[in-house]
Design a protein around this ligand. Structure first.
Ligand code: HPA
Ligand code: ZN
Length: 324
């Protein structure tokens, strides 16, 4: 089964590029950019990665991003992730970035997008990995700040396929960003949103109805609303599930308690993704292995996760057929 999983072609749809910052690169960039970080070694950084919930992770994740200053830093970060994709047989990836984490520190929007996109273009040319870029709004910040960020994104419309919504879910329901998403969709962006990770199932309905999203990121708390589960199955609304993340952030007590296999068997378009692999202990292959170790799954079911991800991806029908 291990070999089967390693060899299985994969598609990633839920990956925060800032969440791929490995402690070693964090140290390298801190030195290069003369930024103080409150750790003495990469090992000390890893030891700090014990989280009790989403917020305890976000605090340390935003702090880590402080070492990213120059276009080359964003390139190096993204290139390191693409090399992991190659090792894990990821043939296509749709990655999130959090511009507000950087523009709030005085980094230009164009610096961030430029570095990430240059790596993605090189990944296509040299590694044969196709990709899309999705801008996430930080939901703990205001609607006005999200709208201003969207304005900054408009000149880069051809390099960003969609918008998403991440950060603290509790207390920041999707409806807060209904007008921002309306404007983004009018400008031609596709839409996704984190919902039903730490927040209730009604946030999933909120994301569908108020934001017009084409995928739900996480969505595992849909099980609290059986009618919603049926709707998600009937409409094949994709859920980009992140197994290791959910266990690390205590959405589930352990991998055995995770509901991803149950949702797959109920006919939902669930996919396996790594979320913030440098913080949660693993990339795509690790996530597949963790699910297969904790649950009895067939090879066909494992392959179905990839088929679902192809179906849920934002590539052309032609490209989908080529990947399937
Ligand atoms: N949830 C919310 N915000 C995030 C996450 C997540 O899993 N990862 C990075 N930002
Ligand atoms: Zn996420």
């Amino acid at each position: 089964m291990h070999d089967f999983i390693r060899q299985l072609p994969k598609v990633e749809l839920h990956l925060h590029i800032e969440g791929t910052l490995e402690p070693e690169l964090m140290f390298e960039l801190a030195q290069r950019n003369r930024i103080d970080i409150p750790f003495a070694s990469p090992r000390e950084v890893r030891e700090a990665y014990r989280f009790s919930n989403l917020q305890s992770f976000l605090d340390i994740y935003y702090q880590g991003a402080n070492v990213l200053i120059h276009e080359q830093d964003f390139f190096d970060l993204t290139w390191a992730y693409l090399l992991r994709c190659r090792d894990d047989r990821v043939m296509h990836t749709e990655i999130f970035f959090d511009p507000q984490t950087h523009t709030a520190r005085g980094i230009d929007f164009a610096t961030v997008v430029g570095g990430i996109r240059r790596a993605l273009d090189q990944g296509q040319a040299e590694l044969g990995i196709s990709s899309h870029l999705i801008l996430c709004f930080l939901r703990h910040l205001s609607e006005a700040e999200a709208m201003a960020t969207l304005e900054q994104a408009l000149p880069h419309r051809d390099r960003i396929i969609g918008v998403g919504l991440d950060s603290s879910e509790r207390g920041h329901p999707p409806e807060k960003f209904a007008r921002v998403f309306r404007r983004a969709r009018d400008a031609g962006f596709l839409a996704v949103a984190h919902a039903g990770e730490e927040g209730p199932a009604r946030n999933i309905r909120g994301a569908l109805e108020a934001l017009g999203v084409q995928r739900i990121d996480h969505g595992v708390r849909c099980v609290e609303d059986p009618a919603l589960v049926r709707e998600l199955a009937q409409t094949r609304m994709p859920l980009t599930v992140c197994p290791l993340s959910n266990v690390k952030l205590k959405v589930f007590e352990n991998m055995q308690a995770h509901n991803i296999v149950e949702l797959l068997r109920q006919g939902l378009c669930v996919t396996i993704n790594s979320d913030d692999p440098a913080y949660f202990g693993g990339y795509m292959t690790d996530n597949f292995l963790a699910v297969a170790e904790a649950h009895t799954v067939t090879r066909q079911e494992l392959a179905q996760f990839t088929l679902n991800a192809i179906e849920a991806s934002f590539v052309s029908e032609e490209h989908k057929q080529a990947m399937a």
